[in-house]
Write a protein that binds this ligand. Structure first.
Ligand SMILES: *Cc1c(COP(=O)(O)O)cnc(C)c1O
Length: 383
């Protein structure tokens, strides 16, 4: 028979080994959500641009400091629709170092992605390499603010202006990110956010397009509602991209808690940096200093002079119940629907391939406790 002490020890061990994932969705107290549900049950408006949808669009414009924003059912449909809204066709220059939805949104529009390598410091699209990839078929550039760190927006805009190209930012990581002039989402022709469960700000599933003028917003609103402009008129082969009232209501509640969630992320980021800066062979990416970033991810690059390989460290963490992610690995350009393209060849994407073989995203989320973070740090320091 087990003694009480044994049982206590076992349960202590069990809680010590509680798995730690790379992220955990932020959820406000359930009780705070009930009044929103009661309103929906009361007015029986479930979707189609209802009151919560309208309130969240306005609240996000205010919070983010942008002029116009159209909510979507998810970020991928928003990307697909953004390309439709600007009537993009032919070839679009984009990055292989992103989540696969970036390039998939192009294929869904019959557009050919042309991959360009990334900058070794930011891992964002390298503006110096864009120009040589432009052909007579190029119509747009789709960069990604990777890990929420702003692209070189001025250099990209300059090239776009010179060649008369549109710029659509995949800003799925960039909720709340600011530069000297305000929200990073104001750059380019359109920016697209994701509110997926794993993102800094979530509505379970959700997304948005940020656009500079009311006319574009109206076109986007038509496109996300089958192309309807009134009861009997359909002006485009639109899609169903509408966010439901339940997701929109949840977003309004999330907004009340977002500043606290971002502050906690900032602390976790600072602790990782402090503890890992002296570890030989570990490079922390993108120290933002006092800039307004969102600490959506904590990527490290495992260098050849670390005591073991990136994959060995990944496995070691896993053996200790810590589920870091190799994000982004594989590169988009290595997936079967892309890898035969000339621009997908490794020789064209040396920096992205190198980063992809070294990167590991460590757990970061508001509910991560200091002793849990210490478990992660101890393994990396002691490996
Ligand atoms: C999450 C993500 C998307 C897709 O967003 P969903 O809301 O999940 O459809 C697109 N691009 C990037 C870079 C992402 O991280």
């Amino acid at each position: 028979m087990k003694s009480l002490a044994d049982i206590k020890l076992a349960s202590a061990n069990k809680s010590m080994n509680k798995p730690i994932y790379v992220t955990q969705p932020y959820l406000p107290p359930l009780a705070e959500f009930i009044p929103y549900l009661e309103k929906i049950w009361d007015n029986k408006i479930l979707t189609n641009g209802g009151p919560f949808h309208q309130q969240l669009e306005q609240a996000l414009c205010d919070y983010l400091g942008v002029k116009h924003l159209a909510l979507f059912t998810n970020g991928t449909i928003a990307l697909v629709t953004a390309l439709q809204a600007l009537r993009i066709s032919g070839e679009v220059i984009t990055t292989p170092y992103s989540f696969v939805a970036t390039a998939h949104s192009l294929l869904w529009n019959g557009i050919k992605p042309v991959f360009v390598d990334v900058d070794p410091n930011t891992l964002n699209l390298d503006p110096a390499r864009i120009e040589v990839a432009i052909t007579p078929h190029t119509t747009a550039i789709m960069p990604v603010h990777v890990y929420g760190h702003p692209c070189d927006v001025n250099a990209i805009q300059k090239i776009a202006d010179n060649y008369n190209l549109k710029v659509i930012y995949d800003a799925a990581h960039a909720f709340g990110v600011q530069d000297e002039g305000g929200s990073v989402l104001r750059h380019g022709d359109l920016s697209v956010l994701s509110f997926h469960a794993t993102k800094v700000f979530n509505t379970f599933e959700g997304g948005a397009i940020i656009c500079p003028d009311a006319k574009t917003k109206q076109r986007i609103d038509h496109l996300k509602n089958f192309g309807f402009v009134d009861e009997v008129t359909v002006v485009a082969p639109g899609i169903n991209g509408k966010m439901s009232e339940i997701n929109a209501a949840f977003g309004l509640l999330q907004l009340k808690h977002i500043d606290g969630a971002l502050a906690r992320r900032k602390e976790i980021d600072a602790t990782y940096r402090q503890q890992l800066v002296g570890v030989k062979g570990i490079r922390c990416l993108n120290d933002a200093g006092e800039k307004l970033v969102n600490h959506a991810y904590f990527p490290i690059l495992v260098q050849p002079d670390y005591t073991q390989s990136r994959d060995a460290l990944y496995q070691k963490l896993k053996d200790h119940g810590i589920y870091a992610r190799r994000y982004f690995y594989p590169l988009i350009s290595d997936f079967p629907m892309y890898r035969s393209m000339p621009s997908a060849q490794h020789a064209n994407l040396r920096v992205a391939n190198d980063a992809s073989s070294k990167v590991l995203c460590l757990p970061i989320y508001p509910a991560l406790r200091p002793h849990e973070q210490q478990r992660v740090i101890d393994i990396i320091q002691g490996a």
